[in-house]
Write a protein that binds this ligand. Structure first.
Ligand code: DOR
Length: 427
């Protein structure tokens, strides 16, 4: 079946397109973008009316935790993909902290097989840097690359041994895939559970200083400079990190960065009632940090918006703040929270879309995030004005762990299309 999307405001930053027109999709590929496309005769064409909606490349999220294999009670590849589709994401990049950890080709192949058979969006795995993310010996990086990994990361358990990190950079450089860095010095963050500052002191909770993120970013910038490897900094949370990345970019270091919607929307004040759904790592920081992240999104120091979708079960989160796991879900709230930056006059809608499409696609080099004729037809249609209330119980993710429950936000995904097939439709 072919699709003809009519009358939408088509925004594709990869081609500098922003105009009301039609898109014709045939054989799973973008065929034509033009005004008033005639319905092709002799074909089975489904027409979609996108009047007053934005039609753009499908969103790409470079930071998702799918939990399968091993933690299917939190999320499966199937439910994670459904959640992604509901959020307008057509491609998701999944972190290796499963059980077993994705540190060899057989786990990568398992994820890809499951994604092909049960997933409704494109899944691109990230392999571990070290075996079992133990930080001791390099994982089977070459084999994982051959099997389809688009980057490597030890995610929440960063590599402490700087020499091993240097070797990992030297190893991956010829493959052209990034080292995806959750920057944290575990000695500095110690057993902290939220941002270190006035609020943590008031609440009597142990703090994680911004320095714990910043020293690791500084180290990895230096290592990237001597190896020439591409480093991608995950979930930037502090003004100091922004400064380091901005300076490194100016000096030509091969560095990219992402920010998560919670880090540009909330401060550590969200923790005041000991809400474990406001507990994540890196933690929510101060107003000064939020401002710096917003400025960095505006001046392209931060390239992409990524969710760090981290589902946990209610039982795991319904405990004392100290004991709850770090992480919140994000796929189904990313668009409306990003639209707040547009509403606030910080980003144009086109720049917001750029940070959700072509930019993240370029970071992991997956060739998505575009509506160029001939491209795979991954498309998102959304209503930027429609208001809704965030109801976690309605999420398609198994996780309901969000600090945004009850928030009234603008921006509703109308349809998500993967390879020319409608995989999500708002009823
Ligand atoms: O908040 C987080 N959740 N940070 C991490 O580093 C890991 C993630 C998870 O896997 O739950």
């Amino acid at each position: 079946m072919s699709l003809l999307i009519r009358n939408g405001r088509v925004i594709d930053p990869s081609q500098n397109i922003d105009k009301v027109c039609d898109i014709y999709i045939d054989k799973g590929k973008i065929d034509k973008i033009s005004k008033k496309i005639k319905t092709p005769s002799g074909k089975n064409v489904k027409e979609i009316d996108a009047k007053n909606m934005i039609v753009c490349p499908g969103f790409v999220d470079v930071h998702v935790h799918l939990r399968e294999p091993g933690y299917e009670y939190k999320e499966t590849i199937k439910t994670g993909c459904m959640s992604a589709a509901a959020g307008g994401f057509t491609s998701i990049v999944c972190m290796p902290n499963t059980n077993p950890i994705n540190d060899n080709a057989s786990v990568t192949e398992y994820i890809l097989l499951k994604a092909r058979t049960e997933g409704i969006v494109n899944v691109f795995p990230i392999g571990a840097i070290t075996r079992e993310e133990k930080g001791e010996a390099l994982a089977d990086i070459g084999e994982m690359y051959e099997a389809g990994c688009v980057g490597i990361s030890d995610d929440g358990v960063p590599v402490t041994n700087s020499n091993l990190m240097r070797r990992a950079m030297e190893y991956v450089k010829p493959f052209g895939i990034p080292l995806i860095i959750h920057a944290e010095d575990k000695y500095l963050s110690s057993d902290g559970v939220m941002n270190e500052g006035v609020v943590s002191t008031k609440l009597g909770l142990k703090g994680i200083p911004g320095a714990s993120e910043e020293v690791m970013i500084a180290r990895d910038i230096i290592l990237s400079e001597i190896t020439g490897a591409h480093i991608h900094i995950c979930h930037v949370s502090t003004a100091g990190s922004v400064r380091l990345i901005r300076d490194a970019k100016k000096r030509g270091v091969k560095i990219t960065a992402e920010a998560a919607p919670h880090h540009f929307t909330l401060t550590d004040e969200a923790v005041v009632d000991y809400n474990t759904n406001a507990k994540m790592n890196p933690p929510l920081r101060t107003q000064k940090d939020v401002k710096a992240i917003i400025k960095a999104l505006k001046d392209d120091t931060i390239d992409a918006i990524a969710t760090d979708h981290a589902p946990h079960s209610q039982d795991e989160k319904n405990v004392e703040f100290d004991l709850a796991p770090f992480g919140i879900v994000g796929l189904e709230t990313a668009l409306p929270l990003s639209l707040k930056l547009v509403e606030g006059g910080i980003l144009s809608v086109s720049d917001m879309i750029k940070k959700l499409t072509i930019k993240p696609s370029e970071i992991v080099n997956i060739g998505r995030g575009t509506l160029k004729p001939g491209a795979i037809a991954d498309v998102t249609i959304f209503d930027p004005e429609k208001e809704h209330e965030v109801c976690p119980e309605k999420f398609l993710s198994k996780g309901t762990n969000t600090p945004f429950s009850g928030w009234k936000l603008k921006g509703v995904v109308h349809k998500t299309i993967v390879s020319g097939k409608v995989v999500y439709s708002k009823n």
